[in-house]
Structures are given as C-alpha cells and as structure tokens.
Design a protein around this ligand. Sequence first.
Ligand SMILES: [Cu+2]
Length: 183
Amino acid sequence: MTGARRLPWALVLAGALLAGCGGGDGDDVGGEGGAPELSVTGAYLPEPVNPEVAGGFLTVRNAGGADDALVSVSSDLTGSVEMHETVDNAMRRVEELPIPAGGTLALERGGSHLMFVDLAEPPVEGDVVTVELRFEVSEPLTVEVPVESATHTGGENDHGDHGDHEGHEGHGEDGEAGEENSP
Ligand SMILES: [Cu+2]
C-alpha cells in the first residue's frame, strides 16, 4: 500500500509548515502577504422555524497572504453558538472552519453555518443579533446580524458575482445523520 507509506511524510511536512507559520514572535506583522486580512459580508439569521435553534449565515473573505480559521463564536442571543458543516445533507459540529489566504469561508444554506442553540427566546424578523467571531490568527470581529424572514436566502440583495462555490471536497464521510436539519 503505497498510500500508507506516503502518509508519515505528509505529516512531517505539515508539521514543518505549521511551525514555520506559528513561530513569528519576532516578525513584524503586517508585512506584505504575511497576515490574514478578514472582512465579513452578507450576514443574516433567518427567523427560526424551531424556536430553540437558529442558523446563521455570512461570508468571511481573507484578502491577506496567510491562512486563518474561524475557531469560536459567541453572541448576545445565546451562550451556545456552534459551527456546523453539512456533509451529505447531515450537519455536524466542527471545531474550526478554515479561511484560506486569498479565499473565502462561505456560510450558507445547505453548507457550513453557525448554529445558535438553547435559545431562551427565539429571535424575530427585524431583530439584530450581535455576534463575535474569533479566529486562529486575526483579532475578533463583531458583526451585527439582522434577523430576516424564515425563507430569506441572502441571494436577492447580492449584486451578482456569487459564483464561486468551492471548498466542499475533502470532508470525511461518516457524518451523524439524523440530527435536526433545520437551517
Ligand atoms: Cu447546524
């Protein structure tokens, strides 16, 4: 099995790359291409159908030259905000969502999303939820997320250019089917 022989080398290489990225204590952050540069667009939260669980959607763009990742989320709506990905129509919790250098992390219906759970009180259309996004590298970003109608998809007030739909390959296949599929 040649694949098995190659794996240790891949791990060594990944480790070396991580060490190279992480050891930047003495470096000047902000040099060209040296740091992620994140911005958030298109955030919305559809009024939940299930009053205890709400999905949240947004796009994080990384215009910088280094990878980053969304590692945790909090909000004033609930103390429990999870990050979920969707594989084969089943969603599952993940510990982080990657935001590649020069790329985007798109949280959208049918894909990865934020999951607000254990809601004391369901949000209604017209509310605004304050969400704090925390990243592996970048400083946290606070986003005011409008609550839209339950059927809102975020598509209609986008000005074109919504064509890239990358980054869905490469997930494992196990998936815990049978959780609620609400968002
Ligand atoms: Cu979910």
